[in-house]
Structure formats: C-alpha cells, structure tokens
Design a protein around this ligand. Structure first.
Ligand SMILES: [Zn+2]
Ligand SMILES: [Zn+2]
Length: 134
C-alpha cells in the first residue's frame, strides 16, 4: 500500500506543512503558506493534491464549522474533536470514548468505521455558563 503512493513535490510539501504545523488548514491556507516556497503551485493543484492525500489516508478532511473543509495529518493515532458552535474553540475528544463508540457500531452494524477525524459540534462550558448568566 505504502509503495503505491506517489508523492510529487506538491504532495510532499503539503504533507510536510500539515505535519509540521499540527493544525487544521483549509486549502486556501495551505496554498497561502506554500506559495512563497513553490511559486508554480496553484490553488487547483493544492485541491487535487489534498484530495489525493485524503484518498490515500495520509490526511483527514473534516467540516469544523469554518466554512471550508479543513485538512490535518493523521499521525500514528487518529484524533477527534469537539468544536464549539458558538465560539469555535476546538477541544480534543478523548479517543477512548470514540474507540468504544466505533467498536460498538462495528459490532452492531457489521460495518467498518472509516472516519479518521471525528468532529462533534457542541456548545462549550464557557458559552453555556455565559448564557445562564444572561
Ligand atoms: Zn484534528
Ligand atoms: Zn464556546
């Protein structure tokens, strides 16, 4: 499987960027951060490269409520988040909960969960307590 992955310079640069920032970036942000280093890189190449990396499960794509999909590296362990719908703060979700949920789903539905970056939208504690005061 690893051998069948072809890393062009654009794909490699994108992968390196996501690995080094540990952030969730939109395609536009990826393009903005790489265009000085790779002047020939255009936005549609960025989109195609991101798609390729997602298809080969090197990165994840998720809706985190910022208007565009965001991309992140998968690393060794899948990671998951809670995202506050109100203040857009991102929290890490205990992967133990998610592993439990996924294995229950797999048992019950005899299906393999392929989601590698789960995002659940919440109203965070801070925003909830603000609401209660008002
Ligand atoms: Zn993430
Ligand atoms: Zn909040």
């Amino acid at each position: 499987m690893q051998n069948s992955i072809r890393l062009t310079s654009a794909r490699k640069a994108i992968l390196d960027l996501l690995q080094s920032t540990h952030k969730h970036l939109t395609a536009q942000e990826v393009h903005k951060q790489l265009k000085d280093r790779l002047p020939s890189l255009n936005l549609s190449t960025v989109y195609r490269s991101l798609e390729y990396l997602v298809d080969h499960q090197l990165i994840s794509v998720s809706d985190m409520g910022v208007g565009s999909p965001v991309y992140a590296t998968l690393g060794d362990q899948p990671h998951h988040h809670l995202v506050c719908q109100n203040c857009h703060q991102i929290f890490d979700l205990d992967s133990g909960f998610v592993d439990d949920l996924f294995s229950k789903i797999e048992d019950r539905y005899q299906a393999k969960v392929v989601t590698n970056h789960l995002v659940l939208f919440v109203i965070c504690e801070n925003c909830r307590s603000k609401n209660r005061r008002n």
